[in-house]
Design a protein around this ligand. Structure first.
Ligand code: GLN
Length: 341
């Protein structure tokens, strides 16, 4: 009976979980030669593609930290989750979704093509255009310093800082984001100063985190927005639900559908190599691996999550029977047996 299986037992057995993750890491490393570090932000091109680290923090049980889990890297698009949380909490659902949609775009993360069509809102808050629209809203209410404080609190990491080199490097190479932001201004989506909005957005992308800080953030999302240790609430339960749903449907850009099938864990990626994953009611997970696939997602990180999601039963739709071939004896098999074609 699938529903009676205790899906939590491996996570409580730290040693066993460590062993499983270590094995998955060895397999994931095989992907590294097929990936490339991002170079369109020159400073990111300096990353060592061979780095790989993970931190898994279960709601009950000890953290499992392996490899380069405490190496600092910039959040990049993972910061879109922070902006979405803050935006929903401060501005509310109505104001937020007047500016941005909630649908997968099926396009690259920095795409402009769909912006000038039908609905003038960007498709969702987890791609560049959507996050820029969210920034425009947020800036009316909070400063970058407030967001930095929020990042430190929700990631339980007081060492998060702005990486000035990455920030300046991206500001010198941001013509696509600039084009998006001006287009959004022309449509009345961004009403704040465009250059200030770009700086705010790029600063958020340039926050230095670790896989461990992302696991801390993921753990709060997994626990309905509440810190399991202090009992402090960081967001409403409704915000947590919206954020996790958007992470599942849009968090990996135009790779979101395949990722949902193969991994089945709401995840947000960034071109710095970070992955923030939330196994609901179970664990927060942070991964770092700067070699990226063609869609801009950590190539080894995705493999690592894929390997682990099966063995640790983290997939949202996990069912112990799912590897069985059920083609014999099901209704369709019966119908085909009697078919006259
Ligand atoms: N700062 C990056 C950009 O705007 C973030 C993109 C990403 O991580 N996918 O292009």
């Amino acid at each position: 009976m699938p529903n009676t299986v205790d899906r939590h037992y491996e996570l409580r057995e730290t040693e066993k979980a460590t062993e499983i993750i270590q094995k998955a890491m060895d397999l994931a490393r095989e992907e590294i030669p097929y990936g490339k570090v991002a170079t369109y932000i020159p400073e990111l091109g300096k990353a060592d593609p061979h780095q790989l680290g993970i931190c898994m923090y279960p709601l009950s049980g000890d953290k499992v930290c392996l490899g380069d889990y405490n190496v600092r890297f910039t959040m990049q698009s993972v910061s879109k989750v922070l902006m979405l949380i803050a935006g929903l909490e401060i501005c509310g659902i109505k104001r937020m979704f007047e500016k941005v949609g909630a649908e997968p775009s099926g396009e690259a993360f920095n795409s402009l093509v769909e912006l000038d069509l039908n609905d003038s809102r960007p498709y969702n808050p987890l791609i560049n255009s959507g996050a820029l629209a969210v920034c425009g809203l947020l800036m009316l209410e909070v400063s970058f310093q407030d967001m930095l404080r929020f990042a430190r609190e929700i990631c339980s990491d007081q060492d998060i800082e702005l990486n000035q080199d990455v920030f300046e490097s991206e500001m010198k190479n941001c013509s696509r984001n600039k084009s998006i932001a001006y287009l959004l201004e022309s449509k009345g989506i961004i009403t704040t100063d465009v250059e200030d909005t770009l700086r705010f957005y790029t600063k958020m992308c340039s926050l230095n985190v670790t896989a461990e800080s992302l696991a801390n953030l993921g753990k709060k999302l997994a626990n309905d927005g509440v810190c399991a240790l202090s009992g402090k609430r960081f967001m409403s339960s409704r915000t947590a639900r919206i954020v996790k749903t958007l992470m599942l449907t849009c968090g990996m850009y135009d790779g979101s559908g395949t990722f949902a099938i193969t991994v089945g864990i709401p995840t947000k990626s960034g071109v710095g190599g970070g992955l923030l994953s939330v196994s609901d009611k179970r664990a927060g997970i942070g991964v770092f691996g700067p070699a990226l696939d063609t869609k801009g997602n950590s190539i080894a990180g995705c493999r690592l999550l894929r390997e682990r999601s099966n063995e640790l039963r983290l997939n949202l739709f996990y069912n112990p029977e799912w590897n069985k071939d059920s083609r014999d004896g099901n209704v369709m098999a019966e119908i085909r047996k009697n078919s006259i074609i």
